[in-house]
Design a protein around this ligand. Structure first.
Ligand code: ATP
Ligand code: MG
Length: 870
């Protein structure tokens, strides 16, 4: 069965069981601060499990792109070495939110595997939770009894908390689970040892394919468990592993999910898969990693120097490194795999198809820049090797190479071993640990459980219509972090505060109780669909109502920038073309930043056109037309722009100004004329094929023009109120250049005269032409004169002194012949004479200089010069 069919069979099986099929969420979730990437199918549904939102259907099914490269679930180091762990993989899931529970989940899983997919039940094992003393939990006998209906008891295994109790993090919904494992070994192998003994033993052919999680508890901050009011089903089946089973192969990499990419790598590298284990590991690493990196870029997460972007950069670098070391690829090549990838997966995940060009460009440039790093690193490593005494390179040096220059440690070790040297791995690991401790200490944070007050519903955001409201606190908690110290997070029944999102900053403002006590809201954010207000203190009277007031000024200026961002987006697509796609935006009260895909620098003319376009729409006084709760399809049909990497619901909010229409949850001006004026302040590159524009509006634009006009007036005044100041300035510059030329000529003349003068002053002492004199020339003039005199004589000894800005400089020139015949050394001369001017210096035997801070010593130094030739 082809992988495409395997995927669609899963989805349609659960659709028949009344589940709604939903698309995969993007891999980076914007309102979950606890996760860098989606690492399991349940992550995008956390808000439903936590009871913060209601799904449209209590039964859903999907395939979710998951990335396990950081945090609690990190498989990165396994990838390439085994045949069934990936960085990016698809997790097929069926979901029940307070609807069906264990009985249906178990029966349907069995039906799908054995009847629809036709897997022989004799290769399957299932596990159930054995219970845990630590958590005071009994064995999951309910699941055991249910499985017994389908599976013989010798194939139902009991598992411990590590394997059979699923938790998404340190806190939150969790529960026991039942895993389904396959044993795809040959009959011969099976005769040697029973599959039963290999389950959960990291055997490459006895692997877990599906995990059915029965969510029924909530883990609190103090580690204790409480029962959830509603029980849920969360299942996750590894798509690539399922394909391995159904296609009758022994490795995920031998399924049609990967073989086209492997063939392409073979063609590009001229190496064969399956001949040499090192090459095989490299090929697996590369074909795995290109998927992770490509999908991440398509979802809007570009490689960068921090956070999630840095993780992506490291994954790509790992692939480059394996290509570099084991496939001899010293040129970018990974980007060339995006073609097959998009042909293979573009149907299920169209984002990879539509953004192919961008993905290729970004990967290519990253490859290029890392290959340059590798080149530089090799040079540095050579220098380290040359400095090393003995046979071991210090761990500290290797760490510096790794940390500062991004040079991979395994490559360092490999190169050293080729040179017969050792690496002090212990020292390296110590440095690494120190660094980890530093960053852990910096990000340490403790979060209390929510304190729930009353049962008021937590309602929606009302800040589109009002900036002030009477609100009641529904829950709060304390969070302590190194960065912000002690903070409180407050949730209200209703709120006018806009939570950070869609690039727009969160609102600030204050809360006031009836006695006039005020607490400031420093920021507002959304977390798993709950709007959280950040304050330094807990309000005194938490059970009362508060007047919640948004800082209107900041909100208005932010709105000007947000609406201008929409107009800018429209302008860019109109002027540069429809290949322009939003790749990020940051809308603050001070300015706006807009990142978009485009392949070259914007010309001044294009920038002018963009400004004109936006300002024309501001002048047109376009009214805001806002449609809330529009069906998403209808909005798209009307021409609304939607963004990759955003998670949209079924109904959306559409924002229109004239012909500009976008799906957007942000806040906007009522009329474009509020923006007053739009001014671009910078344009530049952020990554290959991605440009960034920064711009200002309203007050900031006014300030900008005011400051400029002030500077202009001042400049004109300096130019004697010239009618044409630009021309006057050009004249000044030309005059200045002419004067500089004249001075140069004069200085040359002066040096020439000086040379003649000095030549006449030479005296002969002991057969040496000698002169020690204070002259009025700069250092380079001095050197010229010395060398010119020197070229005319072969027994010259010169000592010149100059003084400028309260400092003294000695220069000594000695003909090479004298250096040889008399053993003289200009370096020694200036070092010794330098003492008189309280300075030091050095150079070569025939020319050396010394600087000092005591010009008063110059006469003494000159006086003593003779002694060197006597
Ligand atoms: P394993 O023990 O094999 O690492 P797991 O216990 O981490 O698996 P779960 O967290 O239960 O797996 O995830 C559900 C399913 O997702 C697994 O049954 C497996 O089929 C699949 N899966 C998990 N991790 C990976 C991975 N890194 N690559 C591919 N598939 C995976
Ligand atoms: Mg795992």
């Amino acid at each position: 069965m082809k992988s495409q069919d395997i995927r669609s069979k899963f989805l349609s099986f659960f659709e028949d069981k009344k589940h709604s099929i939903v698309p995969s969420a993007p891999m980076v979730l914007k309102d979950d601060p606890t996760l860098m990437f989606v690492n399991s199918g349940m992550a995008p549904f956390k808000e439903y499990f936590l009871g913060n939102a209601q799904p449209k259907n209590s039964r859903l099914t999907d395939t979710q792109k998951c990335l396990r490269v950081s945090g609690k679930h990190n498989d990165l180091e396994e990838v390439g070495y085994d045949t069934y762990h990936h960085t990016l993989f698809e997790m097929l899931g069926n979901w029940s939110f307070g609807d069906y529970f264990k009985k249906e989940a178990i029966a349907w899983a069995w039906e799908l595997l054995t009847e629809v997919y036709g897997i022989d039940k004799d290769i399957l094992y299932v596990t159930v939770f054995e219970g845990s003393d630590e958590d005071n939990l009994p064995m999951d006998t309910e699941a055991y009894e249910l499985w017994k209906e389908f599976v013989s008891e010798d194939r139902i295994l009991k598992g411990n908390k590590k394997d059979n109790f699923w938790e998404m993090g340190d806190q939150g919904p969790c529960g026991p689970c039942s895993e389904i494992h396959v044993d795809i070994r040959s009959a011969e192998e099976k005769a040697k040892i029973s599959g039963k003994d290999l389950v959960n033993q990291d055997h490459p052919q006895v692997v877990e394919i599906w995990n059915l999680v029965f969510m029924q508890y909530n883990r609190k901050a103090n580690g204790s468990l409480e029962s959830l009011p509603d029980k849920h089903i969360d299942t996750g089946m590894g798509f690539e592993r399922l394909c391995m089973v159904l296609q009758g192969v022994q490795s995920n990499y031998d399924t049609d999910v990967f073989t086209p990419i492997i063939r392409e790598i073979e063609t590009i590298s001229n190496k064969k898969y399956g001949k040499d284990e090192k090459v095989d590991v490299a090929i697996r690493v590369i074909c795995d990693h290109v998927r992770a990196v490509a999908f991440s870029i398509a979802d809007g997460q570009l490689p960068s120097n921090t956070g999630a972007g840095y993780v992506i950069r490291r994954i790509l670098r790992r692939a480059v490194r394996y290509g570099f070391t084991f496939l001899d690829k010293k040129e970018p090549f990974i980007y060339r795999l995006v073609d097959v990838l998009s042909a293979k997966m573009g149907e299920a995940f169209p984002e990879i198809k539509t953004q192919k060009q961008l993905v290729e460009n970004v990967i290519k440039e990253e490859e290029q820049s890392f290959l340059r790093t590798l080149d530089q690193g090799l040079v540095l490593l050579n220098a380290i090797v040359n400095e090393t005494k003995g046979d071991t390179v210090s761990g500290e040096k290797a760490f510096e190479l790794y940390d500062t220059y991004g040079f991979p440690i395994d490559l360092t070790a490999l190169i050293l071993s080729e040179k017969g040297l050792k690496l002090d791995e212990k020292g390296f690991n110590e440095e690494l640990q120190k660094q980890k401790n530093r960053s852990r200490a910096a990000s340490e944070m403790s979060t209390d459980d929510w304190t729930i007050l009353g049962t008021d519903a937590e309602e929606e955001f009302i800040g589109y219509d009002t900036l002030e409201a009477t609100v009641k606190l529904t829950r709060y908690r304390k969070v302590v972090s190194k960065k912000d110290g002690e903070m409180y997070q407050l949730v209200f029944n209703i709120t006018p505060f806009y939570p950070e999102g869609g690039g727009q900053v969160g609102d600030k403002g204050y809360l006031e109780d009836s006695r006039g006590d005020v607490v400031y809201v420093l920021d507002t954010k959304k977390e798993n669909n709950v709007i959280i207000h950040f304050t330094k203190n807990l309000p005194k009277h938490i059970d009362q109502s508060f007047k919640a007031v948004v800082d209107a000024n900041q909100r208005f200026r932010t709105e000007c920038n947000h609406s201008a961002t929409h107009l800018l987006h429209q302008a860019l697509r109109e002027i540069l073309g429809t290949h322009v796609e939003q790749k990020g935006s940051a809308v603050h009260s001070k300015n706006l930043r807009f990142d978009f895909s485009h392949f070259s620098k914007l010309t001044q003319e294009e920038l002018n056109d963009v400004e004109d376009f936006v300002n024309a729409r501001i002048a047109d006084k376009l009214d805001l037309i806002e449609k809330r709760n529009m069906p998403k399809e209808a909005a798209i049909a009307e021409g609304a722009m939607s963004l990759f990497g955003e998670k949209y619901g079924d109904t959306v909010r559409a924002i229109r100004f004239g012909q500009s229409m976008e799906l957007c949850g942000g806040t906007h001006v009522k009329n474009t004329s509020d923006i007053w004026h739009f001014k671009i302040v910078s344009e530049g590159a952020v990554a290959a094929g991605i440009r960034r524009i920064e711009a200002i509006t309203n007050e900031a634009a006014k300030d900008f023009y005011f400051e400029n006009s002030k500077a202009y007036s001042e400049m004109r005044a300096l130019l004697n109120n010239a009618q044409e100041p630009v021309k006057a300035l050009q004249n000044l510059q030309e005059e200045n250049a002419a004067l500089k030329k004249q001075i140069e000529l004069l200085l040359k003349d002066k040096a020439k005269n000086l040379k003649l003068e000095l030549k006449n002053e030479l005296t002969e002492i002991n057969g040496v032409q000698f002169l020690a004199k204070k002259v009025d020339l700069d250092a380079s003039g001095l050197k010229d004169v010395a060398f010119e005199l020197g070229s005319q004589s072969d027994n010259l000894f010169l000592l010149f002194a100059t003084e400028s800005d309260g400092k003294a400089l000695l220069s000594c020139y000695i003909s090479k012949e004298l250096v040889a015949s008399k053993g003289l050394d200009a370096g020694k001369v200036v070092r010794e004479l330098g003492k008189y001017i309280q300075g030091g210096g050095g150079g070569q035997p025939f020319f050396a200089t010394a600087g000092g801070k005591m010009p008063q010593g110059i006469p003494d130094a000159l006086e003593k010069a003779q002694e060197f030739i006597k």
